[in-house]
Design a binder for this molecule. Sequence first.
Ligand code: C2E
Ligand code: MG
Ligand code: MG
Length: 325
Amino acid sequence: SSLRQPFTINDEQVFITASIGIATYPNDGDDVFTILKHADQAMFKAKEQGRNRYSYFTHSMQVEATNRQQIAMELRQAIKNRELEVYYQPIVNSETGKICKAEALLRWNHPTEGIVKPEKFIQIAEDTGLILKIGQWTFKKVCKQLKKWIPKYGENFQISINKSPKQFINRSASLKWLKRLKKNNLSGKNIAIEITEGLLLDNNEKIQKHLLMFRDAGVDISIDDFGTGYSSLSYLKKFDIDFIKIDRSFISNLENEPDNLALIEAIIVMSKKLGIKTIAEGAETQYQNNVLTKSGCNYIQGYYYSKPIPVKEFDKLVTRHNEQL
Ligand code: C2E
Ligand code: MG
Ligand code: MG
């Protein structure tokens, strides 16, 4: 409660909150290092749960922490051992019905666990900094793929890549991406970078410059999971956004929740006025596909067309899909 009072520093009011982790002797450890380590784990939990709170150490936290360490260790080897693979999910132009883009989504072919999805390892990759290395690797793969797909699928074919906020901390990683584009004779337009609303809220000049660097290279910028973050709309104009990806949560329940349709329509109208194209994420049914097309959504991505799949399957899918048109 003491910390909750505003502080005055140089005539400015500063607000801080505390996140507290609690571990007790002797239950949670019988030496000072163990107790501090466990208090630290409990503090991370408090932060994770939204900060400004306390959390007691529990043994499940320890199991979780050990688990994460194990994953981090294995992930370090995963690139070297060629266990990572890029899957691609098609994105369909709702007007022509053609597959015109794909989103690159990582999969980890784990030697004992089988195919591991990003939700199990991306956060850990971010926390450990491994995401930078993984990001480089993914980009390299995507460039290689574009070299093969552009002659087949046309020069406008675009692959979008997810980039987490941690990948915006320093410019050198992104400069490498741009160099690689050049080296491969690829146009920026063949790449879209997916970022989340949170990144833009930061109002950080560095991030703005960082994004401008991509824009100057012709790379498109998409806002992923749109409508689930803070959605402070002013950033849409400020950052020159190319695509808005309407979050799956608005689409998955279209059949039962008519309010969602109102929100989707509003997002589409707003985007049109701002000159931004819309992509619906996670369309699973014909009904959803039809409603989205009717509402003027520009692109549709979702299990209705295909799950994310390996390269070979993607090639087969495009051939089959376009033959039907
Ligand atoms: P995202 O970028 O929002 O990707 C869309 C997620 O929705 C994918 O999950 C995709 O498989 C799933 N999805 C697409 N259509 C449908 C549908 O019709 N129904 C359902 N139930 N799900 C659908 P995935 O592949 O598990 O990826 C999860 C998240 O992991 C991604 O969310 C993205 O934030 C992150 N991620 C994946 N690959 C990378 C990467 O290379 N780098 C970074 N930084 N993050 C990545
Ligand atoms: Mg995405
Ligand atoms: Mg998304």
